[in-house]
Each structure stands twice: as C-alpha cells, then as structure tokens.
Ligand binder design. Sequence first.
Ligand code: ATP
Ligand code: MG
Length: 382
Amino acid sequence: MKTLNNAQLVLRILKKNGYEAYIVGGAVRDQLLKRNISDIDITTNAKPYQVSKLFDAKPTGIKYGTVTVFFRKESFEITTYRIDGPYQDSRHPDQVTFAQTVIEDVKRRDFTINGLLMDEELKVYDYVDGKSDIQSKFIRAIGDPYLRFSEDAIRMLRAIYFQSKLGFQITKETREAIYDLRDKLQSVAMERVLLELVKILKEKHLKLALKTMITTEVHKMLPGLEKGIEYIATLDEMPFVDVFFTICFTLNKGIVPSKWPFSNKQKHRYLTAAKLANKKTEFNGLDLYEYGIDLCLLASRVNYMLKRERLMQNELMETYKNLPIQSELDLKLKPYDMMEITNKKAGAWLKEMQNQMVLAILNKEIENNQEALREYLIKHVK
Ligand code: ATP
Ligand code: MG
C-alpha cells in the first residue's frame, strides 16, 4: 500500500526553500477514509521552473502549471496555486492564472471532499468544509454548483464517478444542478466523457452511480446508452466495461453511435457482438467458427445478462476447444491438390468449396482427412 512518507519529504524540501506546499485532492481524501491512495498531488506557491530546479522534474502540464516530480522512485504531480481562467464550451480552462494563496487554489477544485489539504506533519487544513462531508459521506460541489458545472460540465460526471468509487450520496443541491445542467454535457469532448464513464464503470458502487444517472437524466446525454443503463441498474450483478457497452448497444438495436470515440477494433467488437446477440441465442460450433470464441463469449454473456439464455461460458469454451476444424487453413486437402484432382483453374469456386468442406466437417458429415475430402470434392464439384 502506498504511503505519504515520500510526499512528506517533498513538502519539506519545498518548505526549506521558502515555499508553501501541501498534499491536496484525492490523496488527502483517501488517507482520511483509510482507502488505498493512487496518485499524489501537491499544490505549492513555487512556480513550475522553481520546482524543476529542486527536483528531477518533467513538465507534464506546463500550460496548467503542473510538473511531474520523480523522487525516491515515486512520482508526484506538483501544481502551482492557480485560479482557473475563463472557460470555453465547458472544456478546459483557456488559460491559467496563478493564485497568491492556497485558499484560492482549493476553491477552484470540484468537490469539498477533494479540496482538503495536508501538510508535512499530516495536519489537515479545511477551507471548503470538506471534513464534515467526508464524515457524512457527501459529494458536494465547492461553491455554487450551477456555476461550477457551467464552468466545466465534466464535473457532473465526476460527481457520479466519486459516487461509484466511494458510495457517497450527492447532496440535493448538487444533484439538482446536475439535473438542470445535464444538457451541457453535450458540449464536452466525447474523449473526456468516455474516459470519465469508463472510470465510473470500473468502480464498486456502479449500481448506485447508474441510478443517479437515471434520476438526473444524465444517461440521456450518453448516445445509445439510455435503455442499457436503465436495464443494468435493475440487475444485482454489475457487468464489466465491455459487457456493459455491448448490453447497451444490443438494446440500442445493434447500433453503436458514431459519436463515441472507440478505437476501430473496439467499435467493431461491440457492433458485431451486439448484432450477434440480437440474432440468436445458444451459439453452436458454426457460430464459433464464423465469429471466433471472443465475440461468441461476449454475445453469450450479454444474452445471459438480458435473461435470454442460461450462462454458457464454460460450454462455449469446451465446444470451441473440441471444434474439428478452426480455420480453412486446417483443411487436409490443399487448394493445389483440389485443382489437380478437378483439372480446374484457380477461381472463386476454390474458396466456395473450402467453405463447403469446412461446413461439412463442422456438421460432422465428413472427417478432415485427405481421403474423405477427395471423395467429397469429386462428388460436389460443378
Ligand atoms: P482519483 O482517486 O480518481 O485519482 P482524485 O480526486 O485524485 O481522484 P483526479 O482526477 O486525480 O481526482 O484530480 C486531482 C484533483 O484535482 C481532484 O481531487 C480535484 O481537487 C482537482 N480536479 C480534477 N479535475 C477537476 C475538475 N474538472 N474541476 C475542478 N477540480 C478538478
Ligand atoms: Mg488522482
């Protein structure tokens, strides 16, 4: 488990050099909740170039005043106190303005539970009333939620992400602002939306998060996912990310809206699996041959979660392992032999014949050996 020991040393070095510095954000929150700490953020009044002089540092977000510092085999994101500049399209701040005080810096952060500070002695400073929200398990926007979500609409999804991660309730005021401003999510780059959504899907309290998406109607802002989210929120067992998307697109008539910035491979996978799941249940050897084990397993799990069939994962794997042939390349009669036997030139008929042979083998009508295939060829060639 990650500790704050090295971060405390980094704070001491900054202080010894005359700067203010605190641990801030998720690390403080998770430390107070006795949860695993992932990444550690530090906020300081030292400017990026001043931080870089003291440590082995890489400018990772220099536009936003952030450098990544490497110290004793750990890395820390060190950001200079800032207030965010004007926003455009609910996206990134257009420019960064450095702030004089740490109080200004915490007030620009998203939620009270993310606005706590910790010094090198692990003493907590709370300028946003975050401690009491941690104790009562509340996600509450810092300041006016309408203002905060208008500045950066992704914060609405972040509220739901922290709910999925921590199981906290979102306060009434913050929830109502999400409902009222949900349209603004449409102006956020889909890359950011997808990133945040996938984070939500991987956390423990997903069911609670999906229910919030429904009550705030945020799910209607997620193209093609509305029906799926409504269905999945009723289940006891939550699906993994791929199964989640495939259920959604299956219930969306097999359509994957092009707005989602999936990779081509991912998109193709969801599209084919959703179509397959809608086409039939209880896949057989032929399906396995045609679509491969991965897509069949996915489509079959989706049909199971949609209560269209029983759980067939092990059976499918067993059937796949025992397929008499897995590719036309495995045919024991080669195209060259087929041409010689029939005295025909290469052409479309070859491929067709191979497919026919594979089918016959999969259907256990013939065996995959030279003799049987030669006989089959002579009988069926036109
Ligand atoms: P996680 O456990 O997911 O890492 P985190 O709280 O560390 O949670 P990050 O996304 O790593 O979240 O961001 C670090 C901190 O930066 C947050 O705690 C918050 O104070 C601030 N922050 C991040 N994104 C925003 C945003 N869009 N608006 C305002 N503050 C933000
Ligand atoms: Mg973090």
